[in-house]
Write a protein that binds this ligand. Structure first.
Ligand SMILES: [Zn+2]
Length: 414
């Protein structure tokens, strides 16, 4: 039976968002949380972008150490052979890639201005695929940018060419959020049937339908006889109006009327990590979670009006579709309201040791040198993120100082 897998693109589409960004340590924490949650793949970053090199190399090292396992860490590049060459020069051991190129006439004409025609697009993409596989890539997906505005017959031709050149998957990008659940279902189903490759659904929220389109697309892919891969971002952060929200996608698949009977999530997705990952992404991006956000918003389980409150007190199922505990909510939160010792880029050893000793799982250092070493890394992490580190980040630095050192090395490289 075909299933739905999740490919989270927070560390790619999310960080591409105007006015937003993440430090490399924050991106790493997101990979760790996604792995913990059972997400199939994290589109971890941009292998051709120089300031990503140390982060990507360190992430692959974490994968080898078993810290980022079994999650697939993938890179996003343009589907041109030059990008593949640069990728393997900077990040030689990257195993998973998404190669992206525009396929709609609007973009072929509007972006390439006559320099490329439809057949050049397929040529670039297949050459890039060949080059990636020659360099040892284990999985490569061919992304059709602006697929929803692309002539479906050309899209099928694109997909068949990708398949002939051993692509693992094809990505259907609703780049402008133009589809609706009915149109994406039709297209996704046709592609799955005619191309016979697993299909990724990459949906944007410009018309408020990213989540609905993602699950309708996945339904089309499965009805067409293939596995579906939904692209998500945490809290829906992404270009313009954003992408399909990770938590809402999981909820829609598992809780919406009858959907789960035929269309199931692949792998062991732990929704229980939902609250934690949403809160961390909100903190790291500096973007509050809307109070009415599905599952994780402050009001998602709040009731005030008489009839609702009375109903939910008698039986929560009167007014709640699912339980807050399923998202890992309900634990009391400790917020310091008195004296606070924080870590920052100018912290000293005494304050730092105090903070580390007061974590939920306290970190003690064997000697002062070791404490100084970790403090120095924590200071640099603060310089990079410009906000106090959360407990998990401090623990990460203490546990993997060598990896942290690499993540924090941002010297412009030649
Ligand atoms: Zn996108």
């Amino acid at each position: 039976m075909h299933k739905i897998y999740l490919v989270d693109v927070t560390n790619r589409d999310g960080v591409q968002t105007a006015k937003l960004g993440l430090s490399k340590l924050e991106k790493t924490m997101i990979n760790i949380y996604l792995n913990e949650m059972g997400v199939f793949q994290s589109e971890a970053g941009f292998p051709t972008t120089r300031h990503e090199t140390n982060y990507l190399l360190a992430s692959l090292e974490l994968a080898e150490m078993g810290v980022l396992k079994p999650i697939h860490l993938s890179g996003w590049i343009r589907a041109i052979p030059e990008d593949v060459e640069i990728t393997y020069r900077y990040v030689p051991n990257i195993k998973h890639l998404n190669l992206s190129i525009s396929t709609s006439d609007q973009m072929i004409t509007g972006k390439f201005q006559g320099r490329k025609k439809r057949h050049d697009i397929i040529k670039d993409m297949t050459e890039a695929l060949d080059a990636s596989l020659a360099h040892g890539a284990e999985s490569v997906a061919a992304n059709a940018e602006d697929a929803s505005r692309t002539d479906i017959n050309y899209l099928i031709e694109f997909g068949l060419a990708a398949k002939e050149h051993s692509a693992t998957r094809m990505r259907y990008c609703d780049t402008l959020g133009y589809d609706n659940p009915f149109t994406i279902y039709e297209n996704a189903r046709k592609l799955a049937e005619k191309v016979a490759l697993p299909i990724e659904l990459h949906c944007h929220n410009d018309l408020g339908m990213a989540v609905a389109n993602s699950i309708a697309g996945a339904m089309g892919v499965i009805d067409g006889g293939q596995d579906a891969y939904i692209n998500t971002t945490i809290n829906g952060i992404g270009e313009r109006a954003g992408n399909a929200d990770l938590i809402a996608v999981i909820l829609a698949i598992t809780k919406s009327k009858g959907f789960n009977e035929k269309y199931k999530l692949g792998g062991d997705i732990k929704l229980k990590c939902g609250s934690k990952i949403a809160k961390f992404a909100s903190y790291a991006f500096g973007v509050p979670i809307p109070i009415n956000q599905p599952g994780v918003g402050a009001n998602a389980f709040a009731h005030a009006s008489g009839i609702h409150a009375d109903g939910v007190l008698k039986d929560p199922e009167n007014y709640e579709l699912y339980n807050y505990k399923e998202l890992g909510r309900g634990e009391p939160e400790f917020v310091e309201t008195g004296r606070q010792i924080c870590t920052g880029e100018y912290s000293g050893i005494s304050g730092f040791s105090h903070v580390m000793g007061n974590l939920k799982v306290p970190v003690e250092f064997p000697n002062r040198d070791k404490a100084n070493e970790i403090l120095e890394l924590a200071r640099y992490a603060n310089v990079e993120s410009q906000r106090p580190l959360v407990e998990d980040q401090l623990v990460f630095i203490a546990r993997y100082p060598e990896i942290a050192r690499k993540l924090l090395t941002l010297t412009p490289l030649a």
